[in-house]
Design a binder for this molecule. Structure first.
Ligand code: NDP
Ligand SMILES: N[C@@H](CC=O)C(=O)O
Length: 339
């Protein structure tokens, strides 16, 4: 590991060709970020240089130029920003590998997407769908065997899974969204989850893997909150402290209406042919999606081989540990290419 950055600065070892960050220093970085301190506060430990603002991007490109082709340096994006796409494209051009937990670079315009995946052997993005679950790897393996995938259906949001099952158990919608945030399931702005856009991004990543040249605005998306609570009208803090509770009653009504029919609410992702949609559905309690609890995700893949009995991947679909494990496994997988 030669460098680490957040939204404000980049810490880099003083000689990237010969040095890496020591484990003890990486632990200090984790401690500093968990306690809200800046990366700059670690400069006194004396192992690194710091770069800020536009210098940050120039330095990353400089390192990518030196280490990309010679070592297969991996540029890892664990932000939730759409601003990283330009640097990632440049890094690909310089021969770097790319690892993403961030869905936004893969769900921007189709040309940028095609550039990012142009060296498919050197990109991994397992954590973008289902966190640590092997969803992308499974889809890739089925496709690589020549088995055409006809249909994917699933529940792909840890946050929305948690919200649905906790509201079913009688808790208030606003309270469980706050809980999902403190458990590390939500996006930095939970409206990315509640608007359905986070699931739409996962659906787009899967649809593009299946070869569909579609964009985010081709996906039908249901939002769980009204437009007037959106990011153009209020900050994340105001949404969480006051906006969110105005949805409580309406959501409770929806849950009750489903329950009277013996059903539960689930946020479902469906990709079939050219159709790609994500939204709230009333499903039987004893269906595979209806039985899901907490932040678990489930994905059913239907192909020529997995026709009557789909390939099913299920398990924890959000959380810092499982996501970090997925990212680490991707990095190690890439490292094997350069041994
Ligand atoms: N949590 C989960 O369960 C899962 C998360 N993911 C994905 O992981 C990503 C991160 O989520 P999460 O850890 O919850 O988010 P956090 O907000 O906790 O962390 C995001 C980090 O990215 C940094 N950052 C933001 N913008 C930039 C930028 N332009 N350049 C460099 N660094 C930047 C932030 O810096 P600063 O500290 O300065 O704000 C922060 O350290 C998201 O894309 C999410 O979709 C994927 C699967 C599951
Ligand atoms: N916010 C996401 C995290 C993983 O992508 C979710 O809730 O599923």
């Amino acid at each position: 590991m030669v460098g680490v950055c957040d939204s404000r600065s980049l810490l880099v070892v003083d000689d990237v060709a010969t040095k890496g960050m020591k484990d003890s220093f990486l632990m200090e970085i984790c401690r500093a970020k968990s306690s809200g301190s800046s990366l700059a506060s670690l400069l006194s430990l004396g192992q690194c240089q710091i770069f800020k603002d536009s210098e940050m991007m120039d330095k990353i490109i400089d390192i990518a130029g030196h280490l990309g082709r010679s070592t297969g340096l991996a540029v890892v994006d664990c932000s939730a920003s759409s601003e990283t796409v330009s640097i990632l494209k440049q890094a690909v051009g310089l021969g770097c590998c790319i690892v993403l937990a961030n869905k936004k670079p893969l769900t921007c315009g189709i040309e940028a997407y095609e550039k990012l995946i142009s060296n498919f052997r050197c990109i991994r993005f397992e954590s973008t769908v289902g966190a640590g679950l092997p969803v992308i790897a499974s889809v890739n393996r089925v496709l690589a065997s020549g088995d055409p995938i006809y249909h994917i259906v699933g529940s792909l949001s840890g946050t929305l899974g948690y919200v649905m099952s906790e509201v079913e158990a009688g808790k208030l919608f606003s309270k469980v969204v706050q809980e999902a945030k403190s458990l590390g399931f939500t996006e930095p702005d939970p409206r990315d989850d509640l608007s359905g856009m986070d699931v739409a991004r996962k659906a787009l990543i899967l649809a593009r893997l299946l070869g569909r040249r579609i964009n985010l605005n081709d996906i039908k998306v249901d939002s769980l909150y009204p437009d007037e609570l959106g990011p153009n009208s209020m900050s994340t803090e105001d949404f969480l402290s006051s906006g969110l509770s105005s949805v409580d009653r309406d959501f409770q009504e929806k849950v009750r209406a489903a329950s009277l029919k013996g059903k539960v609410l689930r946020y479902v992702c469906m990709i079939e042919g050219s159709r790609c949609e994500v939204g709230l559905q009333e499903l039987p309690k004893d269906s595979p999606l209806g039985r899901l609890r907490g932040s678990d995700n489930v994905v059913e893949i239907y192909s020529r081989c997995y026709k009557d009995s789909p390939l099913v991947i299920q398990g924890a679909g959000a959380g810092n540990d499982t996501t970090a494990a997925g990212v680490l496994a991707d990095i190690i997988d890439l490292q094997d290419l350069f041994q």
